[in-house]
Write a protein that binds this ligand. Structure first.
Ligand code: GDP
Ligand code: MG
Length: 441
């Protein structure tokens, strides 16, 4: 993955006491290949590598005591820049109702994201939201939004059969005005490919409803194609931002990196699952951290804080900050994961957890198997939990018998632990945890 490739490059750089320009340029070539392999668009890669190289071969960097670390920091900073710098929030500061128009190809996740965003605005921003579907192409598309509206407790515009998109938009605007809604979300129709008819329809709706936000919804899994879509829509409608969906899948990260550069518009949200609350504001620094293989610790801890009590989250943050991770910590992790709704979303945030994620996806790891993993850890003595190195063949057999599993399963758990421990150490080395300590203090 991009993350693995880059951390490979950086592991070589980081420990170096001295670096010369040739070495930096060689490392940047590796960065370039890693980005291209992750499906980042060529002009974006070129811009990125040029910028990073220019800064990295600067005299101050090469002469510094820790040139390797400086180069890593420069790449990180360039990633953050490429991803848009700071979190760009949705802008609704207009006379209500603020219209939010969602555009994108068919199947990109517009309807789902419309409902997710409506829920987020209602629950977290105390907005009174109405949704209307302008999708008259797909049978039952309007019905789909109505059902989602009922599910999340958001009003939808009553459906009138046979009405055309622009007329629906006007009627929705009128209704939202009269009924005092703060926000009107317009879910539009998509096509399988960008075509003129679709663009004409989007333009007409946009002119009739004067959106405060026009959000392009793109599927992160489509890689290079996402870039073409963004380019085309960007030319035709006045986009204000991008929502990347399916960031829970194994997207190679390329779409996120390309999007800002190609559209000139910020990524405002990312979709991280099929569930209706799987939508998160996009934070460039955190995403850069994720790409560099530091894991998205801040999001992780925030999620923990939302789900767990603060004391537990604090303890977890402290452990992570120390880079300490023994079997007892792993057991706590498993329990928290169960509580937070499965490994799925969390696993992606921690580097080294990719394996666990795969196992999860293939159905090899689930709540039941987590219970087995717990059983194995509980069969260890406190000493063994603190020092898994103690586990020789004899001890492994004892533990396997004690927990009713095979020795292979014990070995698999130990491997998983080793991977997670490595990830924690890397986190610590990257120094990305400074912020954590203060988070709850
Ligand atoms: P539309 O044609 O653009 O309106 O797309 P829909 O909203 O109907 O979504 C198409 C499919 O993608 C549905 O099955 C959604 O559940 C799924 N989907 C949407 N967003 C996400 C996401 O962020 N992650 C995942 N895994 N699935 C998503
Ligand atoms: Mg739809």
């Amino acid at each position: 993955s991009l993350s693995e490739r880059l951390s490979g490059v950086f592991d070589k750089l980081r420990g170096r006491g001295a670096l010369n320009e040739l070495e930096v340029r060689a490392a940047m070539r590796e960065v370039r290949v890693a980005l291209l392999e992750a499906d980042v668009a060529l002009p974006v890669v070129k811009d990125f590598v040029d910028r990073a190289t220019e800064r990295a071969v600067g005299a101050d960097v090469l002469k510094s005591v820790t040139p390797g670390q400086q180069v890593v920091k420069i790449v990180n900073d360039c990633l953050v820049d490429t991803l848009g710098g700071e979190n760009a929030d949705i802008e609704l500061n207009v006379a209500p109702p603020a219209v939010v128009m969602m555009v994108g190809l068919q199947g990109s996740g517009k309807t789902t994201t419309t409902a997710k965003l409506a829920k987020l605005l209602k629950d977290k921003r105390a907005k009174k939201v109405m949704m209307a579907s302008l999708d008259v192409n797909r049978p039952a598309a309007q019905e789909q939004l109505k059902v989602l509206g009922e599910q999340v407790g958001v009003a939808t515009l009553p459906i009138i059969a046979g009405q055309q998109p622009v007329d629906i938009a006007k009627r929705a605007l009128q209704a939202a005005k009269l009924q005092g809604f703060d926000v009107l979300m317009l879910d539009t129709a998509g096509r399988l490919h960008v075509d003129q008819a679709l663009m004409a329809e989007m333009k007409a709706v946009s002119e009739a409803s004067q959106p405060a936000e026009t959000l392009l919804v793109v599927d992160a899994l489509t890689g290079q194609d996402a870039v073409n879509v963004a380019e085309n829509f960007g030319r035709e409608v006045p986009l204000t931002g991008v929502v990347l969906t399916r960031m829970d899948g194994d997207a190679r990260g390329g779409a996120a990196l390309s999007m800002r550069f190609i559209t000139g518009k910020p990524i405002k949200f990312v979709g991280t699952g099929e569930k209706i609350d799987a939508l998160e504001p996009f934070h460039p620094e955190r995403a850069a951290g994720r790409i560099l293989g530091m894991g998205d610790v801040v999001s992780l801890v925030e999620r923990a804080a939302e789900t767990l009590d603060v004391a537990e989250a604090e303890a977890m943050a402290a452990k992570l900050a120390k880079g300490k991770f023994d079997m007892t910590d792993m057991l706590a992790q498993f329990r928290q994961m169960k509580k937070m709704g499965g490994l799925g979303a969390l696993a992606k945030m921690l580097p080294g957890m990719a394996k666990a994620q795969e196992a999860m996806a293939s159905g090899k790891v689930n709540d039941k198997s987590i219970a087995r993993l717990e059983a194995i850890i509980l069969s260890m003595t406190p000493k063994e939990r603190a020092k898994p190195d103690l586990l020789n063949a004899r001890r492994k057999i004892r533990i396997a018998n004690g927990s009713g599993v095979t020795v292979q399963e014990v070995n698999r758990l130990l491997k998983m632990h080793a991977d997670m421990e490595t990830a924690m150490k890397r986190l610590k080395k990257m120094g990305g945890l400074g912020a954590l300590a203060g988070m709850f203090g």
